[in-house]
Design a protein around this ligand. Sequence first.
Ligand SMILES: Cc1cc2nc3c(=O)[nH]c(=O)nc-3n(C[C@H](O)[C@H](O)[C@H](O)COP(=O)(O)OP(=O)(O)OC[C@H]3O[C@@H](n4cnc5c(N)ncnc54)[C@H](O)[C@@H]3O)c2cc1C
Length: 102
Amino acid sequence: MADKALRRLGEALNRWELVPSGTEGYRKAEVTLGGVDTRALSSATMMARDVGNLYFIGEVVDVTGWLGGYNFQWAWASAVAAGKAVAENARSGSGAAARGAH
Ligand SMILES: Cc1cc2nc3c(=O)[nH]c(=O)nc-3n(C[C@H](O)[C@H](O)[C@H](O)COP(=O)(O)OP(=O)(O)OC[C@H]3O[C@@H](n4cnc5c(N)ncnc54)[C@H](O)[C@@H]3O)c2cc1C
């Protein structure tokens, strides 16, 4: 094959664009991007800023990650943060400890 033809072939392959035609819908979705706005939560405790002792973790929160374990990591890490805050609240008898930490 001539150099010119090879170059043209290489350029065509390198510039080949794939445009997704759509998604497979909710039935196949692996993460939903929940709906609870992260701005409404303390990032330290996952407690609602305006409602004491109300916590949101994991996929119900507007957080999503690439495939590869990031969503599990988020679910577990946010659960640990909230669990510690709940335990602290139970120990101290109020929501004040968690509410103060952001
Ligand atoms: C097919 C698939 C593949 C995935 N693969 C990966 C992956 O490879 N890596 C990755 O990081 N993430 C993956 N994810 C995403 C990951 O599983 C989720 O982000 C994660 O499990 C969310 O954890 P969660 O605890 O927030 O919610 P969930 O795991 O959905 O837990 C919520 C729980 O609440 C229960 N529940 C619901 N309503 C009620 C109620 N009214 N009363 C009591 N209990 C209730 C449900 O039964 C469920 O057990 C995948 C998801 C799907 C669907």
